[in-house]
Design a protein around this ligand. Structure first.
Ligand code: ATP
Ligand code: ZN
Ligand code: MG
Length: 504
């Protein structure tokens, strides 16, 4: 059983096809089936798995073709190979291909394929089940076929089918390091106590906090520790990454494949002409209500969203470039703004919010350089959490299930690709909280943004997101609010909590 493709197409020529040209087509079809379509197929591949023209017919200026294939020289590839060939052959009769129209396209995939694995896409016209296989009737244009949409559709269905077999389990989790246990000095929920002490208050937007000086001192203390023990000793330089991310960036970073349920979307006005907006402001002035439905009609986009992962909007800086060997590895970081995620019902305290603050560390170079820097970071972080913050923490390699299954977790260099989560125990709930991670992303970003290395070596990159809310939640949950219980460095850097508001 193998995947099958079948199509009916018409090549439209510049004028009527003459009888001599018909003879030439006859020969060309035979040649294509015998040789042209066999090119590049595995030797010994059975005949029925290779593309072939099963029927052809000339009608005035059009040549109708039926092409069928298995996995090799797929029907659509065969079509374009044949177009090139026939254009040469018929050029001699002063006949040029003007246009290709696709009358029918069918993909047959061997089963079992659950219904949920079949995507809902506009060009899927009909889904039939036949002898355990699934038959898809598709509406494709020639440019869809040239853009290899059928191949990606097959791949997508295979991916969805695989994902379903893991039944919601997103990640394979493997413990790498576990710190010593620490004495329990506090059992409260730090968010509650921060509120009571006036360190934080809810912002007006969902999942958003306003941080008062006491909390910010702690943020800045953590930042200083990161600067002293990670950023400076490992030689990272500060950059400022944009925080509004257009689709172009997420298309290249891969986030466009599935980030939609968590995006804070961004729109632009249709015009900045004040007259166009005057009645909106007037409506508010008179009623005290912002007419949201009316505004919706007057905006364009969404053009993208607010920063989700912090590193994608860096990449246009190096997009399309070849990096000199001498500047590698590049080590940078960004702490210039907020990240935004629509966490819906998942919002909890300061640890899961819709608006949060992160230091994002990013590096790129050869595979060896990229892996080496990840190792340096792991070591620096271990020192911070064991010796400076004195946390009870652990780290684990998390691998998407499909990767774990494909054996990508093995001995090869590719085994280094993936994410290591850092987790801290929250005594008040007994659960573990991911407070940061380190990812080796392989060639994913350099490929997506077309970045090369002078030596010709494969370019890799990595990133590490340090979540300040999560560090704060983990630290306070374990150490409490009595600064005499705090490790010395943190106590010194944070100073005594400073009270500047008095509410009556
Ligand atoms: P989780 O599984 O907890 O949702 P995630 O896998 O979505 O986390 P990443 O996308 O790996 O998180 O983001 C990297 C870091 O960003 C996290 O380790 C955490 O420090 C921080 N972070 C992510 N989402 C949030 C959030 N909603 N609130 C606060 N910090 C967050
Ligand atoms: Zn990143
Ligand atoms: Mg998340």
């Amino acid at each position: 059983m193998f995947v099958r493709f079948a199509l009916s197409a018409k090549l439209h020529f510049s004028r009527e096809i003459t009888p001599e040209a018909v003879e030439a087509i006859e020969t060309a079809v035979q040649e294509a089936n015998r040789q042209l379509f066999r090119r590049g197929t595995p030797s010994g591949a059975p005949e029925e798995q290779i593309g072939r023209i099963t029927r052809w017919q000339v009608n005035a200026s059009a040549l109708a073709l039926d092409i069928e294939s298995g996995p090799f020289t797929r029907a659509h590839d065969a079509l374009f190979r044949f177009r090139k060939h026939i254009a040469q052959v018929l050029g001699r009769y002063r006949l040029g291909v003007r246009e290709i129209s696709i009358a029918a396209f069918r993909i047959t995939m061997p089963g079992p394929i659950p219904d949920e694995a079949i995507p809902k896409l506009p060009f899927i016209r009909q889904v039939r089940r036949q002898d355990g296989a699934v038959e898809l009737d598709l509406l494709f244009s020639a440019s869809d076929l040239e853009g290899r949409v059928p191949d990606r559709l097959v791949r997508l269905i295979e991916e969805k089918k695989e994902a379903l077999t893991y039944g919601g389990k997103a990640e394979h989790w493997e413990l790498i390091y576990e710190s010593e246990q620490r004495p329990r000095v506090y059992a409260g929920d730090p968010t509650q106590e921060m509120i009571e002490r006036g360190w934080i208050r809810h912002g007006a937007s969902r999942g958003q906090w306003i941080f008062a000086p006491q909390a910010v001192h702690l943020f800045r203390a953590f930042e200083a520790i990161v600067m002293d023990h990670v950023i400076r000793p490992l030689g990272f330089s500060e950059m400022v990454f944009p925080k509004l991310v257009p689709w172009e960036v997420w298309m290249r970073s891969g986030h466009a494949k599935g980030v939609y349920p968590e995006i804070y979307y961004v729109c632009t006005p249709k015009t900045r002409d004040p007259a166009y907006w005057e009645d909106i402001g007037d409506y508010f002035k008179v009623t005290g209500v912002v007419p949201v439905e009316e505004i919706r009609k007057r905006i364009d986009g969404p053009i993208g969203g607010m920063c989700y992962a912090q590193c994608p909007p860096f990449w246009p800086f190096v997009q399309g470039e070849t990096l000199a060997n001498s500047c590698l590895p590049i080590r940078v970081f960004d702490r210039s703004g907020t990240s935004h995620r629509y966490e819906s019902g998942g919002i909890h305290g300061i640890e899961r919010v819709d608006e949060f603050h992160r230091i994002e560390v990013l590096w790129l170079g050869t595979a060896e350089q990229t892996i080496a820097i990840a190792d340096e970071l792991h070591e620096a972080y271990r020192h911070i959490f064991d010796d400076i913050l004195e946390l009870e923490w652990r780290s684990a390699k998390v691998t998407p299930w499909f990767m774990a299954q494909e054996g990508l977790v093995g001995e090869s260099a590719d085994a280094a690709i993936g994410t290591r989560d850092y987790e801290a125990v929250l005594p008040y709930s007994g659960t573990w909280l991911e407070f940061q991670n380190v990812s080796v992303n392989g060639d994913k970003y350099p490929k997506g943004f077309n970045v090369k290395i002078q030596s010709g070596a494969e370019c890799w990159s990595g990133c590490s997101g340090i979540g300040l809310e999560r560090w704060t939640a983990a630290f306070l949950a374990q150490k409490g609010f009595d600064t005499s219980d705090w490790p010395e460095t943190v106590a010194k850097l944070a100073g005594e909590p400073q009270e500047i508001f008095t509410f009556l």
